[in-house]
Design a binder for this molecule. Structure first.
Ligand code: SF4
Length: 188
């Protein structure tokens, strides 16, 4: 069986890719997500990725680099630009690791998410594959969106409510919490 390095953004998003890849490849998981803020969230997602890997008996490598300071150096916080940067740092690091450690293929659980820019992830994956001489295995894991959710609930895996960076946390909660607090405590 050929080997493949699976970049894992979190536990729930890894479930369906593992189910698809395990019959074709010898999988090694690779957690590398310095864009997940704050630290508590990073380690919660890491812990739940470990639970998924243990459940499926997937070998794994965990890189718990925390990139908040670097992320702030990148000042363009408009969603499209910051997400390109965020995909690129993760895929580049994964391709490099795959190349340095003898993997023939690499891929990413980012291809499972309906909320990410799928086309861009594929393009970046293929480009970094060429740069580091490791083949990017493209698969549209979004086909298993519902299965992944169902299984993660059955396994009681933590399911995050925002994408990862501090800006996505703001977009997810700011309006909702502000409305709630105002209507509860500060009625006009
Ligand atoms: S919204 Fe998600 S993909 Fe975009 S920069 Fe933030 S963590 Fe990365």
């Amino acid at each position: 069986m050929e080997n493949i390095l699976l970049h894992q953004c979190c536990g729930p998003c890894s479930i369906y890719p593992i189910a698809i890849l395990k019959d074709k490849f010898e999988i090694t998981g690779y957690f590398y997500n310095p864009n997940i803020h704050p630290v508590l969230e990073l380690y919660t997602r890491l812990e739940n990725t470990i639970k998924v890997n243990n459940f499926y008996n997937v070998k794994s490598v965990y890189n718990d680099e925390y990139g908040l300071k670097d992320f702030f150096q990148f000042r363009d916080v408009e969603k499209e630009k910051r997400c390109s940067y965020c995909y690129a740092i993760r895929l580049k690091n994964t391709a490099k690791f795959a190349s340095e450690n003898g993997f023939k293929y690499y891929t990413s659980s980012l291809l499972y998410s309906k909320y990410q820019n799928h086309t861009q992830i594929r393009e970046l994956g293929e480009n970094f594959g060429k740069e580091f001489n490791v083949e990017f295995y493209y698969y549209d894991f979004r086909e298993g969106w519902k299965d992944g959710i169902r299984i993660s609930k059955e396994m009681n895996i933590y399911r995050q409510q925002y994408c990862g960076c501090i800006y996505s946390e703001e977009e997810r909660y700011m309006t909702q919490l502000s409305k709630k607090i105002r209507s509860t405590y500060l009625p006009l």
